[in-house]
Write a protein that binds this ligand. Structure first.
Ligand SMILES: NC(=O)c1ccc[n+]([C@@H]2O[C@H](COP(=O)([O-])OP(=O)(O)OC[C@H]3O[C@@H](n4cnc5c(N)ncnc54)[C@H](OP(=O)(O)O)[C@@H]3O)[C@@H](O)[C@H]2O)c1
Length: 261
């Protein structure tokens, strides 16, 4: 369903997927103060959440509730973009989820690829023809994308896809001066882990790396403004990135399996 508010022709807009919670919601709050934008479009399935968020923003906000993997929903979004004759300045692909079990114990492996990779790619290609030069795309990846992860085979691979896709696209869009930034945080306290019944605080090693949602979003926007293709926020995440370049991935996977980490 769409709830329309219009800033008129040529409005500069931000489209945020996954805006109903977590870092997607935080991006909406941060972008509310961005003078380059006239309107914010909020996307996710939970419409009430989006309505509440829209009502709390100062800028006009449009609620486009639906499943990002649903082609019909994406067609409606496209129609909305065409009808409003807007220019997309910012696209934030934050919709995503992860499940952390052995591959054979999960029944959502394909769904993870569908949401985290396929829909993200589809939304990007849908928006790109309507993006203004000098605009930006911010894609939520993860430190999990730096290397394969034991008992997170599909999630880690889906985030490796997001990193690889974002960095290549960043180069391809240089001529249009569109920055594409892959954001790679460590665990953040959002509904992401709640949905898994995982208390990240309970794991002493993972606890060290926990990131603050507000800081991750602020840094991602800053890195994007600087024209960077990656945003890695806290020190443990940066260390992980270095480790992923130095240590053989087979060794890291062996350690994860043996230690149950
Ligand atoms: N939290 C972490 O520790 C962490 C760390 C690294 C990377 N990330 C990544 O950051 C992104 C955001 O995660 P988060 O922590 O903010 O989690 P979150 O609070 O669970 O938010 C996920 C968002 O995605 C939306 N979403 C999920 N499936 C959807 C679908 N099929 N169609 C439309 N919207 C959908 C959800 O909205 P509805 O349920 O209302 O549809 C929600 O707004 C994800 O891509 C995640 O992989 C998270």
């Amino acid at each position: 369903m769409t709830v329309a508010v219009s800033s008129g022709k040529n409005a500069r807009i931000a489209i945020i997927s996954g805006a109903s919670s977590g870092i997607g919601r935080q991006f909406a709050i941060d972008l509310d103060g961005d003078v380059r934008l006239d309107e914010i479009w909020l996307c996710a399935r939970r419409e009430e959440r989006l309505q509440e968020l829209a009502a709390s923003l100062r800028k006009p906000a449009r609620v486009l509730a639906g499943d990002i993997t649903d082609k019909k929903w994406r067609d409606r979004l496209l129609l909305e973009i065409k009808d409003s004759e807007c220019q997309i300045h910012t696209l934030i692909n934050s919709a995503g989820f992860g499940k952390f079990e052995a591959f054979c114990d999960l029944d959502c492996n394909e769904r993870m690829v569908e949401v985290n990779c396929q829909a993200l790619t589809a939304l990007t290609s849908l928006c790109l023809p309507y993006m203004q030069n000098g605009g930006r795309i911010i894609n939520m990846a993860s430190v999990a994308g730096f290397m394969p992860q034991y008992k997170a085979a599909v999630y880690a691979a889906s985030k490796a896809y997001v990193i690889s896709f974002s960095r290549a696209l960043h180069q391809e869009l240089k001529e249009r001066d569109i920055t594409v930034t892959a954001v790679c945080p460590n665990p953040m306290k959002t509904e992401f882990f709640e949905a898994n019944g995982i208390e990240i605080d309970a794991n002493p090693i993972k606890k060290i790396g926990i990131e603050d949602v507000e800081k991750v979003a602020a840094k991602a926007l800053k890195r994007s403004d600087k024209g960077k293709d990656m945003s890695v926020c806290n020190l443990p995440a940066k260390i992980l990135r270095v480790i992923s370049r130095i240590l053989p991935h087979r060794l890291v996977l062996w350690f994860e399996r043996k230690s149950g980490f």
